[in-house]
Design a protein around this ligand. Structure first.
Ligand SMILES: Cc1cc2nc3c(=O)[nH]c(=O)nc-3n(C[C@H](O)[C@H](O)[C@H](O)COP(=O)(O)O)c2cc1C
Length: 196
């Protein structure tokens, strides 16, 4: 069984640090057999403000489908003005009402330039995910002083931060393996037996 993970980068700034952290978590996910990861960058989608027509309806329909078919989701957001980034909120607002995130386990990763890290944005993201019916995992990873954690090439130079960022991936896989896969396997067995 292939496990599909969708990873969404909440920063659209060229050279942003959110994507550096996300790529590290994604590399951890890609090291797991049978896991397929789709990383989504938001700028090319040109997401519409809620209620306005999409400039790229096909791309947005595909984005929604990717999330709908995902086994789990990894959301990475920068801390902007004490909250999640507006692109991340817009991405969630473009995932439908009811949301394609409903029922999905969501791992939350936040990065910030400041000392307190991404505490406010990760908490905000957790509340939004819960509100739309997703299952935000108990562990949210917050990386402070992110400019000191990665070098200019995007390589992580802080082993403790690297361990934390990888935990955003491993906690998602642990949840999927322990809570989601048994249900999927059981449903498949029931279908084979014609009991559905
Ligand atoms: C609009 C804006 C608001 C920001 N607000 C905060 C903040 O409240 N706290 C903080 O620690 N860093 C703040 N930052 C700095 C970001 O956390 C920093 O740019 C970091 O690298 C993560 O963003 P990035 O992924 O876009 O690089 C802000 C940056 C921008 C562009």
């Amino acid at each position: 069984m292939t496990i599909n993970i969708v990873a969404i980068c909440g920063s659209v700034r060229p050279g942003n640090y959110t994507n550096m952290a996300l790529e590290l978590a994604v590399s951890e996910l890609r090291s797991v057999p049978n896991v397929k990861v789709t990383t989504i960058q938001l700028a090319p989608l040109d997401l519409p403000l809620p209620g306005l027509p999409a400039k790229q309806p096909d791309a947005i329909a595909q984005f929604q489908l990717q999330v709908k078919e995902a086994t789990g989701v990894l959301l990475a957001s920068p801390e902007y003005h004490g909250g999640i980034s507006s692109p991340m909120k817009l991405a969630i607002d473009n995932l439908g009402f009811p949301s394609m995130l409903a029922g999905k386990p969501v791992s939350i990763l936040g990065v910030a330039a400041g000392t307190i890290g991404a505490v406010k944005s990760t908490e905000q993201l957790r509340a939004i995910c819960a509100h739309v019916g997703a299952v935000p995992l108990p562990l949210a990873v917050s990386i402070a002083h992110v400019q000191q954690v990665f070098d200019e090439s995007g390589r992580c130079t802080d082993p403790a931060a690297e361990k934390n960022i990888r935990r955003a991936a491993t906690s998602l896989m642990d949840y999927i393996n322990n809570a989601v896969c048994p249900k999927i396997s059981l449903e498949a067995i029931m279908r084979e037996q014609g009991d559905d």
